[in-house]
Design a protein around this ligand. Sequence first.
Ligand code: GDP
Ligand code: MG
Length: 297
Amino acid sequence: MMKENTQCGYVALVGRPNVGKSTLLNHLLRQKLAITSRKPQTTRHVMLGVDTEGSKQAIYVDTPGIHDHADREMNRIMVRSATAVLTDVDLIVMVLEKDQWTEEDELVLEHIRRSGTPALVVINKVDLLKPKELLLPVIERLDGYGLFQAIIPVSALKGSGLDMLREEVFSRLPDQPHMFPADQVTDQTEKFIVAEIIREKLMRRMGDEIPHRTTVVIEQFKEQDGTADIAADIYVERAGQKRIIIGKGGEKLKMIGQEARQDIEALLEVPVMLRLWVKVRPGWTNSPAALRRMGYD
Ligand code: GDP
Ligand code: MG
C-alpha cells in the first residue's frame, strides 16, 4: 500500500498594523479567531490558526506589528517575537493595504528579505480600490522587488481572492506529517481567547480614549453545571482611564461586559456570568518583570 503524501508548514502573516491580518486569518479559518479592531496593534500575541484541507495543513502565525520605534519595553518584545518568527516559518505572507505603501511597509519588506524565507504578498482591501486599474501599478512595483513568488489581491472583509491565496499557500508547504488534528483550528486556550474578546470590546467602545496597551487578565474561569463563571481584571495606567472605562454610573463597563458576554457565550456554548474589574497599575507597560507576570515573554 502507498503511504499518503501529506504537506504541512508554518505560515507567518506579516504586515504593519491595521492592514487586515487578523481579518484575513479569521476568514481563512471561517470563524472568529484572531481579534480584529479598528485600532492598530490589537494583536499582541503570536496566534496560531490551523487550516487543514485534505492532505494539506497550513499553520498560520499572526505576528504583532513590526515597528521602527521600539522605545517602550512592550514594543521591543513585540518586535523581537515578530522578527524571530520570520526565520522559523516555511512561508511568509506579507499583507499590505490597497495602493498604500509606507515606511513601515518598507521595514517589513526589509525583515522579509533578511529572513531568506520564501514569501507571497497579499494586497488587501481591494474592495476600497476604485477603479480596479489602480491595482496595476501596485502589482508592477511589488513585482519589481523580485522577492515575492506570487502577488494576490484580496478583500479579507468580503472574502474575495481567498481561494486563490489558500491554493498558493497550500502548494508551497513542505512534505511532512500534519502537526494538528484536522478539526483543530487553534492552539490557544479558551481562557486566552476570552481575554482577547473582552479586550476587543474594550477597544471598540473606548476608541482613542485609552491606550492600546490595556491588558485583560482572567482571574477566574470556572465551568460548572452547564454555566461558566468568569472574572477578569482590566489593567490601566492611570485613575483617569479607570473612570473613563467605568463611565457614568458604571454604564460603559456594563456595555462592554454585555457585548463580551454574548461573544463568550457563542464561543463556549454555555450561559456565562462575567464580572469585570478595572485596576490601576501605574507604569507596568515599561517594566519587563510586570510584562512577564502578565504572560508577555
Ligand atoms: P491587523 O492589525 O493587520 O490585524 O488588522 P485588522 O484585521 O484588525 O483590520 C483592521 C481594520 O481593517 C478593521 O477595521 C477591518 O475591518 C478592516 N479591514 C480588514 N480587511 C479589510 C478589507 O478587505 N476591506 C475593508 N474595507 N476593510 C478591511
Ligand atoms: Mg491584528
